[in-house]
Each structure stands twice: as structure tokens, then as C-alpha cells.
Design a protein around this ligand. Structure first.
Ligand SMILES: Nc1nc2c(ncn2[C@@H]2O[C@H](COP(=O)(O)OP(=O)(O)OP(=O)(O)O)[C@@H](O)[C@H]2O)c(=O)[nH]1
Ligand SMILES: [Mg+2]
Length: 285
């Protein structure tokens, strides 16, 4: 990790704007807490990827929050390409004061250089491919740019460093690991799936009770524990062991899988400060 950070620091010297790529479903836990210190005042756009998998109403709440703290941000879906145009416009807008100044000094046609930073699996490579486009050749030897770095020409005035900076999430908080497990961003060999599933039931019960009721046909407004609700889900799905007890392992596996694939619904696991899932109108469609 120290080596990765050193490389990022070196690359930062070459660029104008950092694209901090986050997961729309967990904008807090997918953020590396050291990133702001690392980029040391460099201009930054927060790009919330996989917005197609997140709760649209909560996307709006996050957007309002970022606006309130003057943080440039864009929600995107790099598979469909939603938000990519807005991202390029936001990059230009953020650089406008600097470019205007360069212009006055007679420095024309300066290209804006960007770099993507993000945790594993957040979609860095997919974004590079999407905004680079198929036909985009690596521009390589651009005057004034270190040869060792490959640049992708995104538009006439925007260049993107082709190697993103990989940062790690902050695993020392157990909740962060759980949320990464819920969105499917960490291998299921490094956490206890049944425990993660029970905690997921607990979260859904308080934040998205209707989704649980609709998909799994369980009553959640009762005194039952989260484990008991999970049992009910297993029974309804007929996940029963030979011994006649609920098959927790299978129930957990299916629940986690269906959440990941948004079969249960589009869910956002984290809200900005002061917001509360319970007060958001969850009427879908
Ligand atoms: N639904 C959805 N899936 C996405 C989106 N962007 C990326 N993905 C998927 O997320 C997974 C990870 O994407 P990558 O681009 O490989 O992520 P990465 O950040 O490069 O990951 P590392 O190279 O491991 O650091 C892939 O399966 C992508 O298809 C998106 O906007 N929506
Ligand atoms: Mg990658």
C-alpha cells in the first residue's frame, strides 16, 4: 500500500483534476479516508458510479448534500454511459478559472489532465474504457508529460491517465467490511456470510421494510429478532435441510446474491449526515 500511495503521489504531480470514484450505494464506505490528505488540495470531482444499482431518491439526497458543501459531483453508470457527458462538462467547469488565467498569459489549448482514484471493484477500468472509447489510441508521448505514463485522449481538451490509483477501503471498521460485502465488492471467503446476511436483514428491516415484505413475503413489523426474520425468509423459500430445520447457509447465500443483483430493489446503504432512511419517502416508481 505504501508503494501504491507513492506512485499516486508521483502521478498527482502530473495532473490537474482527481476523479474520486465512489460506489453510489455506499458513498462513505467506498471512500478511502486518506484520499483528501493524499491529494493535498488538488481539485477533485466526486464521481458516484453504479448509480443504476442505487436508490434514486437517495442519489438525489446525496447530490443535495454535495452541493451544500460545494463539492463538484456527478452520478454515473459506466456500463450504460449515463452521466459521462455531465462528467466531462464538470471537469471543464472546474478547470475554467485556471484555463482562463492561462489564456490571458497567452497559453492556449492547454489540455486538462485527470486521474481516477478509487477502491478495488468500484469501476475504475470500466470508466476508463467508457470515456476513452474504443477508437481512442493511447496518445503516449505528449510534450511535457512523462513518457512512462500513457494518456488517453478523452476529448480535444481532456486527457486521462490510463492507470488509475487503487486505494483500499478502511477495513478497521467492521461496518465498512459488511457494507462492502453487501454490495458484493469483497470476496465471500473473507467474511462470515450468515452473519453478514443477518445484519443485512436488520438494515433492510429498518431502512427498506417494504422491499423485504414484497420480495420475501415476511412480516417485519414485529418483535422477532433479525435471525427469526431470516428463518421466515428461508421457510418461505423452502430452504430446509434434511433434518427439517431452516437452511441458514442457503438462505444467506440467496439473500446476499439477490441484494447484489438488485432483485430485491435498488438500495443505498448510506446517507449523508443528518439524513435518515426512515424519513425518506420510499414509494417506488
Ligand atoms: N451495474 C453496474 N456495474 C458496473 C458499473 N461500473 C462497473 N461495473 C461493474 O463492476 C465491476 C468492477 O468494475 P472494474 O471496472 O473492473 O472495477 P475496478 O475499479 O477497475 O476494479 P480493480 O481493477 O479490481 O481495482 C465489473 O463487473 C463491472 O462490470 C456501473 O456503472 N453499473
Ligand atoms: Mg481495474
Amino acid at each position: 500500500m505504501a508503494k501504491a500511495k507513492r506512485k499516486i503521489r508521483e502521478n498527482l504531480k502530473l495532473i490537474d483534476i482527481v476523479i474520486e470514484l465512489l460506489d453510489s450505494r455506499i458513498p462513505i464506505s467506498s471512500k478511502n479516508p486518506e484520499v483528501d490528505e493524499l491529494i493535498n488540495g488538488k481539485k477533485k470531482i466526486i464521481v458516484l458510479n453504479k448509480s443504476d444499482l442505487a436508490d434514486e431518491k437517495v442519489n438525489q439526497i446525496w447530490s443535495n448534500y454535495y452541493t451544500s458543501i460545494d463539492q463538484p459531483h456527478v452520478f454515473i453508470d459506466c456500463i450504460k454511459g449515463t452521466g459521462i457527458k455531465e462528467l466531462l462538462a464538470a471537469i471543464k467547469l472546474l478547470m475554467k478559472p485556471k484555463l482562463d488565467l492561462d489564456h490571458k498569459k497567452g497559453r492556449m489549448n492547454r489540455q486538462i489532465r485527470c486521474m481516477i482514484l478509487g477502491i478495488p471493484n468500484v469501476g475504475k477500468s470500466t470508466l476508463i474504457n467508457k470515456i476513452g472509447g474504443k477508437a481512442t489510441a493511447k496518445t503516449g508521448n505528449i510534450p511535457g508529460v512523462t513518457r512512462a505514463n500513457q494518456w488517453i485522449k478523452v476529448s480535444n481538451d481532456i486527457l486521462l491517465l490510463d492507470t488509475p490509483g487503487i486505494l483500499w477501503p478502511k477495513f478497521d471498521d467492521e461496518l465498512i467490511g459488511l457494507k462492502l460485502a453487501w454490495i458484493g465488492s469483497i470476496k465471500d471467503t473473507i467474511y462470515d456470510r450468515e452473519e453478514a446476511a443477518v445484519k443485512l436483514v436488520g438494515f433492510l428491516r429498518s431502512a427498506y421494510p417494504e422491499l423485504l415484505k414484497d420480495r420475501y413475503k415476511v412480516d417485519v413489523d414485529n418483535e422477532k429478532s433479525d435471525v427469526e426474520i431470516m428463518e421466515d425468509i428461508g421457510v418461505n423459500r423452502k430452504f430446509i435441510t434434511r433434518g427439517g430445520t431452516v437452511d441458514y447457509s442457503r438462505t444467506a447465500e440467496v439473500l446476499m446474491d439477490e441484494i447484489k443483483k438488485t432483485l430485491t430493489g435498488k438500495i443505498t446503504f448510506e446517507l449523508p449526515p443528518k439524513a435518515d432512511h426512515k424519513t425518506i419517502d420510499k414509494e417506488q416508481g
